[in-house]
Design a protein. Structure first.
Length: 586
């Protein structure tokens, strides 16, 4: 009988603390991944999912250590310190796809250099053969113009494109086992569908086993064969994906699956597993009472009966990036990332921007936040012209009024500062608190409001999971008490329960303070639940704009129709013949 590609038995991982206590990140976890099988590991942020993946790869962060159990790959026990065993090599026999693509790629080397290095090292290919295979890998993961993209550096690709490069590198040597930690987190639905089809095909055709760490239940339903649900470092339920997702037995599993956002209709509020604490509700109320920034509402006198201007108005916005050449003075063809885009965002509404990776959504967000200057077009905030103004040229009230939550929580938090100082900085800078004690009280409210403990203020960002870091990024943006919050994929790295908490938080703040949101997301179910109006972008242009209800029930543009048809949901189980699903979630 052939041994499983991965067999974990009684695994326990412990992290000692400075005060002598210990944190049991994983407790007595056991699971197997057979050849040709996808085993999904699901749970809340901090449940221990990524710790198990890192233990398999020999990448546990010190001082974390395995205190019990064993890990075997194709029947060979591996050294937990290195991820190696007799005849087992990382990169060749075990592939890895990490949650954050920007930190997985070396910013100093081109995509070609990083892909061909693996191929030449493990497969002994010539430079020419390795380049040809690298082009094929980029084509397989859906990157357009692969020959041109090989010459690019990681920062020249969008977040979704970088993740596809990481997946291509992990699959380059046809490993027996792939540990994939949130491999579709940064991907839009169309590319996500391509990647899921690719992973499923590799399992079926080549017998690759995949340990899939994810918080996306739609992805689990679309691709997984087995699923393990974790809570507090323990596996609380395990079994075939059809049985666990349709008829979960553990109360925690039932609550977690019930919190999955739906795309078929809008819910008045997201259900949260375990409910919401009274402290969180109190903290949100305290945040809603802080004064709004004092920004004029018009640039010129208007008639007394004139309607107030939109909070944000974007008119014929164009953003071009100048192409470079190999020699000084040479210029390549300019790239138009945003092409004649116009839309308005009214006070108190949630306006959604959706589209494939690289379509220009984040570029628009950066223009609104003042991080880049447009090539042409007009941008107005509450009637005031702000197009062409970088953040440094804007008034202090204007900078405070427009805050941004970035897609990548790893690089948007200062690793040298404790969380308390990170969150207190905007509170003190904008004089929302005049004493350190008042600032500390605001920081405590921010932490509790986003579902973290108050003692998190004493820790550094690297001690938190990816989802917890994203909660900190949202808390920091809310610390300035903005009127317009620009959210670039704010829930992309969050599990469904924490996502439900944060979306409820944004809805509460919106109801209490009139907070306005420009929400960018590839998760169409989140857009469906949160947004009043939605614009769909393709290749730098808006191809359809409508109310959320109209867009999701009767889309008119073929591109919108295609995007909606690709959204993964629990109904994918019926399509795979694993379980009958009638109605149901998502």
């Amino acid at each position: 009988m052939t041994a499983p590609v991965l067999e974990i038995a009684g695994l326990s991982v412990t992290y000692p603390l400075a005060d002598g206590r210990t944190v049991d990140a994983v407790q007595q976890a056991s699971l197997t991944v057979e050849a040709g099988q996808v085993h999904a590991l699901v749970g809340e942020s901090g449940a221990g999912k990524t710790t198990i993946g890192n233990a398999v790869l020999g990448l546990l962060d010190p001082p974390g250590r395995i205190t019990a159990g064993s890990i075997r790959v194709t029947g060979v026990e591996i050294d937990p310190a290195t991820g190696r065993g007799p005849g087992i090599r990382l990169g060749r026999d075990i592939g890895a796809v990490f949650q954050d693509p920007m930190t997985s790629l070396n910013p100093l080397f081109t995509i070609e250099s990083q892909l061909t290095e693996t191929l030449r090292c493990h497969k002994g290919l010539s430079r020419h053969a390795a380049r040809a295979e690298a082009i094929g890998l980029l084509q397989a993961v859906g990157i357009p113009e692969p020959e041109r993209r090989l010459a690019h550096y990681p920062h020249q690709l969008s977040g979704g494109q970088r993740q596809r490069v990481v997946i291509a590198a992990a699959l380059s040597c046809q490993p027996r086992l792939v540990v994939a930690d949130e491999p579709t987190t940064a991907l839009d639905v169309s590319i996500q569908a391509q990647i899921l089809d690719l992973l499923r095909r590799l399992c079926d055709e080549r017998g690759i086993g995949i340990l899939l760490v994810t918080h996306n239940m739609g992805v689990v339903a679309s691709i997984a064969d087995q699923v393990s649900i974790m809570q507090g470092g323990r596996i609380v339920e395990q079994g075939p994906v059809g049985r666990v997702l349709i008829a979960p037995q553990a109360p925690y599993s039932q609550a977690l699956i019930g919190a999955v956002p739906r795309i078929d209709r809008r819910l008045p509020r997201f259900p949260v597993p375990g409910g919401e604490t009274e402290a969180a509700v109190t903290a949100r109320h305290a945040l809603s009472q802080r004064p709004a920034p004092d920004v004029p509402t018009q640039s010129a006198p208007e008639a007394a009966d004139a309607a107030p201007p939109p909070l944000l108005s974007v008119e014929r916005l164009v953003v071009e990036y100048r192409g470079g050449g190999w020699l000084p003075g040479m210029r390549g063809q300019p790239f138009r990332a945003v092409d004649d885009v116009s839309f308005t965002v009214r006070q108190g509404e949630v306006f959604g921007l959706v589209g494939e990776s690289g379509c220009g959504k984040t570029t628009i967000a950066n223009v609104v936040a003042g991080l880049i200057k447009p090539s042409s077009g007009r941008l107005r905030y509450a009637g005031l012209a702000i197009a062409g103004q970088g953040a440094s040229a804007r008034t202090t009230p204007m900078r405070r009024a427009i805050q941004m939550v970035f897609q990548d929580p790893y690089s948007s938090l200062n690793p040298r500062l404790r969380v308390g100082l990170i969150l207190a900085e905007p509170v003190l800078f904008y004089r929302l608190a005049t004493t350190p004690a008042d600032a500390a009280a605001d920081v405590a409210d921010l932490l509790v409001a986003v579902g973290l403990e108050q003692d998190a203020a004493a820790r550094f960002p690297h001690t938190f999971s990816g989802g917890q870091r994203q909660r900190l990024s949202i808390a920091r943006a809310l610390g300035a008490a903005p009127r317009l919050l620009v959210c670039d994929e704010p829930t992309s790295s969050l599990d469904v329960s924490v996502q439900a908490q944060l979306l409820n938080l944004l809805q509460d703040l919106r109801a209490a303070t009139g907070l306005t949101l420009l929400l960018i997301s590839h998760d169409l179910a989140v857009i469906r639940q949160m947004c009043d109006r939605v614009a769909v972008m393709q290749s730098g242009r808006i191809v359809e704009e409508a109310s959320a209800e109209a867009l999701f029930t009767t889309p008119t543009h073929p591109y919108t129709q295609r995007l909606l048809s690709l959204v993964p949901g629990l109904e994918s189980l019926a399509k795979r013949g694993l379980a009958p699903v009638s109605g149901g979630a998502q």
